[in-house]
Design a protein around this ligand. Sequence first.
Ligand SMILES: Cc1cc2nc3c(=O)[nH]c(=O)nc-3n(C[C@H](O)[C@H](O)[C@H](O)COP(=O)(O)O)c2cc1C
Length: 398
Amino acid sequence: MALCVTGSIAAFKAVEIARHFIQKGVRVLPVLTRSGARFVGHATFTGLCGEVARDDMWDASFPGELHIHLATEADVVVVAPATADAIARFASGRADDLMAALVLCARGPVVIAPAMHPRMYAHPATQRNVGVLRSDGRVTLVGPVVGEVANGEVGLGRMAEPSDIAAAALSLLRPQDLAGLRIVVTAGPTVEDLDPVRYLSNRSSGRMGFAIAQQAAARGAKVVLVAGPVELATPSGVERVNVRSAMEMRNALWQAMGPELKAADALVMAAAVADYRAAEPSDVKLKRVAGPQSIHFIANPDLLAELGAARSGRSPMLVGFALETATGDELARLAQAKLQSKKVDLVVANGASDAIGGDDTQAMLVSASGIETLAPMTKVALADRLLDRVAAYGKAGS
Ligand SMILES: Cc1cc2nc3c(=O)[nH]c(=O)nc-3n(C[C@H](O)[C@H](O)[C@H](O)COP(=O)(O)O)c2cc1C
């Protein structure tokens, strides 16, 4: 864990954050900005963490590139407190000191805990910078919270509690149990054009597939995410391939899986691929006609079944999703049928009313060894349960 301390009056609280990490047995690499070091000295962090507190990219005592070294060593980078100035530099991608360069080349999650006077936080420039960080999707912001700040005023700008910042960072410190695996994930709907302005699609948000890609990367996998048209930010460390139609997804998928499917250890097919496309999409906008209009649809290929049929042996692991309006035993039966007909290893079955659009879902994991009915949980938590199966599958085969 790298702990970066910037020049806020709340810098003294970073000592408590470091102590939380150390109590959990986590190695802490302290980094100070020049301003941060004016609030709490190197000796405090060096003494507490047992690691040299660094503040200088040009540190001649370090043989090599210090920012790259720290980024390689740290599974998570925490910036607490984060000044308005530091946030502005992160938002514009600056690398003008050790901390900013470290954040820019972090290989894992970055946690940022803003701390400043409420007027500084409310300023449009700060709000714009925070918005940029949010929409880039590369950092986790913890706080600020409403409370008393250094001069006694109350407002939104106080740093979140050290224990909350530490807990958020520790939750991101993941076991790298998928390291060495290459996982292909599909997500989102596909869009089938009817004419230049109209299309056939479905209500998939892409959140399930993006959660799987995010969690797989956090657990050390190399992830290729083949995504239908959704507005979600690409999770940190994930290679994204954008597609539109089922046929485009098919091409991207076969490319990602490689010759004889050897380029991937697992495929998780979370995309809601359209079953049909227009037989002859019109090049020009279809005109409104009086009376019924009919469009001739043809079936899209079943992308997962094609891969199931092409696979020889047990690798790559193939995971499908069954989104049905059925529930209970009927849903389990449909998932079992899908498991067999598509020749896959695991089917995640969920009811349409539980799964579409929201952040939460309820699912069953259906495999040859049985059915596990899971409690309602977030899509991120479900992603982890599914990836536990992927990790176990890898181990069982080795
Ligand atoms: C006493 C004092 C307290 C400060 N507290 C804060 C603060 O809480 N938040 C903040 O954004 N800036 C604060 N600043 C201003 C920053 O230290 C200043 O913007 C500095 O350039 C930040 O550098 P850094 O982000 O590289 O650490 C404070 C400055 C002083 C002198």
